[in-house]
Design a protein around this ligand. Structure first.
Ligand code: 5GP
Ligand code: ZN
Length: 119
């Protein structure tokens, strides 16, 4: 069923507390934790607890949950004090765009200069 936990999914395991992570924030529907391989001083992942393969699948199935992710990304940016200098919310979608974990997640990147367009 859509959104059900997948036994072989790393981020489902993090959401369930079965794999440890440096968790900054948790809500009823989301978890925010630091990326294990940070690409910026602030590099936090915000995930839905429900499993969807990517942001588009999440948005198609659960618009309110998609909004939860974006709101939490903003809360993370505020807690990390990167709102003033600017930050980026990234959803890599598909392996060609660098997606390696197929459980929807927003990267929140900040604390350094961010080039545009991204590589
Ligand atoms: P993607 O490449 O799919 O857009 O992003 C996946 C992200 O998950 C990568 O930035 C990677 O560093 C991060 N990641 C992979 N495995 C783990 C893990 O076990 N713990 C944490 N905290 N991050 C992970
Ligand atoms: Zn999952």
């Amino acid at each position: 069923m859509a959104g059900e936990p997948q036994t072989d999914c790393l981020f489902c395991k993090i959401a369930a507390g079965e794999v440890p992570a440096d968790v900054l924030r948790e809500t009823e529907t989301t978890v925010a934790f630091r990326d294990i391989n940070p690409q910026a001083p602030t590099h936090v992942l915000v995930i839905p607890k429900a499993h969807y393969r990517d942001a588009a699948a999440l948005a198609a199935a659960e618009p309110a949950l998609t909004a939860d992710i974006l709101r939490e990304a903003g809360e993370v940016a505020a807690e990390e004090k990167v709102v003033g200098t600017g930050y980026r919310i990234v959803f890599n979608t598909g392996s060609g765009a660098g997606q390696t974990v197929f459980h929807a997640h927003a990267h929140v990147l900040g604390g350094r200069g961010l080039n545009w367009p991204p590589g």
